[in-house]
Design a protein around this ligand. Structure first.
Ligand SMILES: [Zn+2]
Length: 444
């Protein structure tokens, strides 16, 4: 690595440079190796006189909690992760860990997910400390390891081992949202208010086995194939949750005539799938939030060419809409495939059942007054660390404000040439600063 970046008390003035320095720490998960990055953040916050504490299950993967003392109101938490996904087999114009500034962008792994957001939170917190103003309640900044691999060393562990740290916290800002997003021609700023739940299953099929020189009916392999084909080619039933309804209604309000009618039609379960088919590519996100989904991602079975295996197991990555449980999707799979393999639940991280939007309007107002566009509550198809906060009754709102111009956020996250306009890192840090100074402890 290049020499340690500077720790001085003017770093909040250039959030984009702060981001470039964060990118230079190669915190690729696995293995993560977040320690140096977290220690550097610790030094930075400490230079501003901010109190910090670290908590670690694995000493190489610490988590840092900083506290800027405020008045008696309930604290507000800002949280983000510094680990990033690998860059293997990707094409990059600039070294993904150089933090290169070129053509108006900061380039590199994590600039969007989510060192950009972390830079905003750090800049806003340092600015608050430097300004010497007292917020209504404490401002907590939590920087964690291990989000990209599930949080077993990060937030998942922290809420289990140290739930007391979250005791008075009702609201937190984190991933995912606050950036401009064009839906059916309407300019929106989604703010994540809920997310789907990861449910990993294994399904094992058993059948006749033996020497492969004889014809063998009813094999595990054949059953597995019929099952995979059924799962692959069909949707699970429509499942409309309050979170999806809030999101789609808010979008429909911004649209005219036929388009508005089309979006409202998505909320009529009799018509949902037909409208999704008609919408084509644009429908992918809505398809995901209006159903439980299941993808077969791995197959294990057979180890010898001339032996018909007795058992074959497939791995399923299922994503459940808020409030659903593993048994619900297993029931849907039984219905869909007409088959009953042996299921094993490998992982299920329960999220919040419904989005409470009590802090949404205040955040929406910050973005709307600045941009003239509309903020919408986002039910996120993918999983974030927000689910872990649900376990300690903290509501997480996706707020890392960005104006990306022509950059396709979803195509660049986890991909080659991930980059962020340098100016928008400052813009986002300003919006975060507004959020923490406006917060009065009630979210209203
Ligand atoms: Zn992320």
């Amino acid at each position: 690595m290049t020499p340690e970046p500077a720790v001085t008390t003017d770093r909040h003035e250039e959030p984009a440079e702060l981001l470039a320095d964060l990118v230079r720490f190669e915190t690729v998960n696995p293995p993560g190796d977040e320690r140096e990055c977290i220690e550097w953040i610790d030094d930075l916050l400490s230079a501003y006189g901010i109190e910090t504490e670290t908590y670690a299950r694995d000493p190489d993967r610490p988590n840092l909690l900083a506290r800027i003392p405020g008045g008696d109101a309930a604290p507000l938490m800002l949280y983000g992760h510094v680990d990033v996904v690998p860059t293997t087999n990707q094409e990059w114009t600039h070294d993904p860990f150089s933090g290169t500034r070129a053509d108006g962008y900061i380039w590199g792994r994590g600039t969007l997910d989510m060192k950009g957001g972390v830079a905003m939170y750090l800049a806003a917190a340092c600015r608050l400390a430097a300004a010497d103003t007292t917020p209504a309640g404490d401002v907590l900044v939590l920087i964690v390891s291990d989000e990209e691999a599930g949080g077993d060393d990060g937030l998942g562990w922290l809420v289990e081992e140290h739930p007391d740290l979250f005791e008075d916290v009702e609201y937190a800002l984190g991933e995912f949202g606050g950036f401009e997003f064009d839906v059916a021609g309407a300019e929106t700023y989604p703010i994540q208010t809920n997310e789907k739940q990861v449910c990993w299953l294994e399904a094992t099929f058993r059948g006749n086995s033996g020497h492969a020189s004889f014809p063998t009916p009813d094999t595990a392999m054949g059953k597995m194939a019929r099952y995979v084909e059924a799962v692959d080619g069909n949707r699970l039933p429509v499942n409309i949750t309050p979170s999806a309804e809030q999101m789609i209604e808010s979008i429909a309000e911004e649209l005219d005539g036929d388009r508005a009618e089309q979006f409202r039609g998505l909320l009529d379960p009799e018509r949902t799938d037909e409208i999704l088919d008609e919408m084509g590519e644009e429908a992918r996100m809505f398809d995901a939030i209006l159903h439980n989904t299941a993808n077969v991602t791995k197959v294990h079975g057979g180890d010898k060419q001339n032996v018909v295996p007795e058992a074959v197991t497939v791995s399923l990555d299922c994503r459940l809409v808020p409030g659903e449980k593993p048994e619900d999707v297993i029931e849907e799979l039984t219905e869909l495939t007409g088959m009953e393999p042996e299921y094993e639940i490998i992982r299920f991280d329960s999220g919040p059942p419904a989005a409470d939007l009590s802090y949404f309007d205040e955040l929406a107002e910050i973005l709307e007054s600045e941009t003239g566009a509309v903020a919408i509550p986002l039910l996120m198809a993918g999983a974030t660390d927000g689910r872990h906060l649900a376990a300690v009754d903290v509501q997480s709102y996706g707020f890392t404000p960005m104006q990306l111009g022509d950059l396709p956020f979803l195509d660049l996250v986890h991909s080659g040439d991930e980059r962020i306009p340098a100016e928008t890192v400052s813009w986002g840090a300003d919006r975060v600063y507004e959020a923490i100074t406006a917060y009065d402890g009630t979210g209203e």
